[in-house]
Design a protein around this ligand. Structure first.
Ligand code: PLP
Length: 357
């Protein structure tokens, strides 16, 4: 009998993460933008694709795209790295700075892929925890960093799935600690555009700080798989060192350049989404549902009169898919809903109202 190869024993970490992709009328489970791309963008992309030499490998450094991003972010091209979604950025960071006998610190509950990708890259994950309002205690965080000296610390602001931002005081304190221990602070800002808060933090060669951004959320380009890292040159050089040759295809590079050119038309709906977030928040609050304030394009909520999984199932029967977080550590009984279009949000609210009564 054939003996099949045994996979690494530690790879069971991948079980049970992914959100089901179900074919239902209202999909509010993965924080995508509900709006299609403007016609002007699609038409220009079509004509640019026709001009591409697809028989040739793409630009290995994706220089046109990196230069466009650098322009928008007021940085140098050498401070930008692009990849197939920000998940690939997280992977590259873990490949470069994590690995054997190295560690990454996360504060749960947070974006699950930080710790999953770190583990797949053979990195030990240290878990810190947030309080009941999902805040990180600064002294505890500094104590863990001092004790464990992690090579990577992930912070997510606004945090997925809780929606709150990390305070500037916390970020400053963690950064100055890491600047002396030699760890890298990775600030995942996938939902930055939905936040009211602004920060004066930026890339600096002397500071161990890197920012993750994505085209998947406010840019309506989840299907393209494009994310980027803003970081000091020494960090970007390492991202290039661990990435596969020609990892970013020519179509995607062009789509990113064009999206930045059409930025105003593509991200114009952010005000509408924020207004819808306020409306859905208020509607849920009036329905025996606890809901947390959010600076992202989703809301975390907890039904008070019905089991969360029952509500999730009931919503699905009504054709509305939300994210079930009810069994995740620190999120007992919670669900997460993406803010969709007005009519999607209405379907969601009508269904919740019907089920929780
Ligand atoms: C906080 C955070 N970071 C990164 C990602 C990954 O985004 P993508 O790989 O689509 O860029 C997500 C996706 O939901 C996210 O919530």
């Amino acid at each position: 009998m054939n003996k099949t190869p045994l996979p690494r024993e530690d790879l069971d970490v991948l079980e049970g993460y992914h959100s089901p992709q179900l074919d239902v009328p209202v999909r509010l489970n993965t924080n995508e933008a509900p709006f299609p791309l403007p016609n002007s963008f699609i038409q220009e992309l079509e004509s640019e694709i026709k001009k591409l030499d697809l028989n040739r490998y793409p630009s290995r450094s994706a220089s046109e795209l990196c230069a466009s991003i650098a322009d928008k972010e007021l940085l140098k091209e050498s401070e930008v790295f692009v990849a197939n979604g920000s998940n690939e950025i997280i992977q590259s960071i873990c490949l470069a700075y994590g690995g054997n006998e190295r560690s990454a610190l996360v504060f749960e509950p947070t974006y699950a892929m930080h710790s999953k990708i770190a583990k797949v890259a053979g990195t030990r994950v240290i878990e810190g925890f947030r309080d009941e309002e999902f805040q990180i205690d600064k002294d505890t965080a500094l104590e863990i960093i001092n004790r464990e000296k992690p090579e990577i610390v992930f912070l997510c602001s606004p945090n997925n799935p809780t929606g709150n931002i990390e305070s500037p005081e916390l970020i400053d304190a963690i950064l100055s600690e890491l600047n002396s221990t030699g760890g890298l602070l990775v600030l995942d800002e996938a939902y930055k555009e939905f936040s009211e808060s602004s920060s004066d933090l930026t890339v600096n060669e002397e500071s161990n700080l890197a920012f993750i951004r994505t085209f998947s959320k406010v840019w309506s380009l989840a299907g393209i798989r494009l994310g980027y890292l803003l970081a000091p040159e020494w960090c970007i050089n390492m991202m290039q060192a661990v990435s596969l040759p020609y990892h970013l295809d020519s179509v995607k590079q062009k789509a990113g350049v064009l999206a930045l050119k059409h930025d105003k038309e593509i991200i114009r709906k952010v005000t509408e989404l924020k207004e819808e977030r306020r409306r859905v928040f208020e509607a849920l609050t009036s329905m025996s549902v606890r809901v947390w304030p959010s600076e992202a394009n989703f809301l975390l909520f907890k039904p008070e009169t019905i089991d969360a999984y029952k509500l999730w199932e009931g919503l699905l029967e009504e054709g509305v898919l939300v994210r079930d977080c009810s069994t995740w550590e620190g999120l007992k009984g919670c669900l997460r809903v993406t803010i969709g279009s007005k009519s999607e949000n209405n379907s969601f609210l009508t269904a919740v109202r019907k089920i929780v009564k």
